[in-house]
Design a protein around this ligand. Structure first.
Ligand SMILES: Cc1cc2nc3c(=O)[nH]c(=O)nc-3n(C[C@H](O)[C@H](O)[C@H](O)COP(=O)(O)OP(=O)(O)OC[C@H]3O[C@@H](n4cnc5c(N)ncnc54)[C@H](O)[C@@H]3O)c2cc1C
Length: 381
């Protein structure tokens, strides 16, 4: 059943033509970026780069022109995203807005919300973050406790979100909140757009294993959210986040997070590596090729307006497995130890990717949860 969803999909000529243009742009825009900096992949933040990309029309590029978008196809967007990730471009500033917040607003938002929020995203000026996880509600997202209580003109939000990537630099959060207390777990949830500069919002950094502070705890203490910032239908939050997660889990970022390390490994082993290295590198590349085909066929489903939640879960599970295998194999293929205190690009990239790799199968839904979704899609549970 599922295998039929992964239809072979070729990129149309318009998308292929765009590739050369994107490569030229990146070669110039990232001239100053070291190879070690590129290992940050989509966790690299550079507001100026985001504005440059926006000026090219490569943010919100599939959205209608009336909202500032480029009106291009999902395949053209795929090529741009693929090129950005393959060369380690610092895309975090606009990443979430472009990938999922904007598409969500486009799908279920009001006309007023589309006009208000989408053009600023396309200009690279407005950043969004995802407010789903909470201190006691990660995998079990329906256990969300952050409350939005009705008050004249809007809602009062109280509670806390956890692990919110980039919240400290974002303007807006789309948060999953409980709008009907006492309702059945999956009912009574809604999504609201919260102004992160509003009174009552506190953002505290959390340090990760690599010593970076890219995610946060965000606490809401009586934060007022006006009526016109409820996204979609009140009480329909669960269905909306499930559909949003298909955007979050299917893209090339779910198998390319370690690609900078693979590139450095190939450089480090030189032009004539031994048989063991050649076989291992060949296997990694072969897996990337297959994952790319699977991810491309999901782009095809998105282009046709479908909600490929289960297919996206497959790509994420297999893709993050490969992303974690690359640093593991790299350790066994050279004698160079990982180190951040060296000028050697390979050793620095190996050290960074090794430290962040455990997070690849947590962010966007853990491996166990993703496999549960696949099992349900296959009718096994
Ligand atoms: C780098 C990074 C960035 C993130 N960014 C964001 C963000 O921007 N916004 C956001 O909302 N969240 C974000 N997250 C949070 C992420 O989505 C959660 O960490 C994840 O969903 C798991 O939730 P949890 O941490 O509460 O773990 P738990 O849900 O407590 O899970 C702990 C362990 O138990 C397992 N487990 C739980 N339930 C089951 C079950 N039913 N069956 C089998 N096993 C189970 C899990 O698989 C996991 O191994 C981020 C996480 C990381 C690591």
């Amino acid at each position: 059943m599922l295998s039929q969803s992964f239809k072979p999909c070729e990129l149309p000529p318009s998308a292929q033509e765009l590739r050369a243009e994107v490569r030229d742009f990146l070669a110039e825009a990232l001239r100053e970026y070291s190879r070690a900096d590129r290992a940050y992949s989509w966790m690299g933040f550079d507001a100026q780069f985001t504005r440059q990309l926006a000026a090219r029309g490569w943010i919100g590029m599939t959205w209608p022109a009336q909202y500032g978008g480029g009106g291009r196809t999902a395949f053209e967007r795929y090529v741009v995203v693929e090129e950005l990730l393959a060369c380690g471009a610092p895309v975090l500033a606009h990443w979430t807005a472009d990938r999922q917040s904007g598409p969500l607003i486009l799908k279920v938002g009001t006309e007023e919300q589309k006009q208000r929020f989408l053009p600023a995203i396309c200009r690279g000026e407005s950043y969004f973050c995802i407010g789903m996880s909470e201190p006691d509600s990660g995998s079990d997202l329906a256990a969300t406790r952050t409350r939005a209580d009705r008050v004249p003109g809007g809602w009062r939000v109280n509670g806390a979100k956890l692990w919110t990537t980039n919240a400290h630099r974002c303007h807006w959060m789309i948060a999953l909140v409980r709008t009907t207390p006492g309702a059945e777990k999956h009912q009574g949830l809604s999504q609201v757009i919260i102004d992160l500069q509003a009174q009552g919002v506190t953002i505290r950094p959390i340090r990760d294993l690599a010593g970076e502070s890219h995610f946060n705890e965000v606490v809401f203490d009586d934060v007022f959210v006006p009526d016109d910032q409820l996204v979609g239908t009140e009480g329909n939050g669960w269905q909306q986040v499930m559909s949003e997660l298909a955007f979050e889990r299917s893209g090339p970022e779910r198998y390319l997070s370690s690609v900078a390390l693979l590139a450095e490994l190939i450089r480090a082993v030189g032009r004539h590596p031994g048989e063991r290295v050649r076989v291992a590198v060949g296997r990694m590349v072969a897996q990337i090729v297959v994952l790319r085909q699977m991810s491309l066929s999901i782009a095809g489903l998105l282009e046709r307006g479908q909600d490929p939640l289960v297919e996206a879960a497959c790509v994420k599970d297999l893709g993050t497995g490969l992303e974690q295998l690359i640093p593991e194999l790299a350790h066994t293929l050279t004698d160079l130890p990982p180190s951040l205190q060296t000028d050697g690009d390979y050793q620095r990239v190996l050290a960074y990717v090794t430290q962040v790799a455990p997070s690849f199968s947590l962010r966007g839904g853990t491996r166990e949860i993703i496999r549960g979704i696949i099992a349900r899609g296959l009718g096994l549970r």
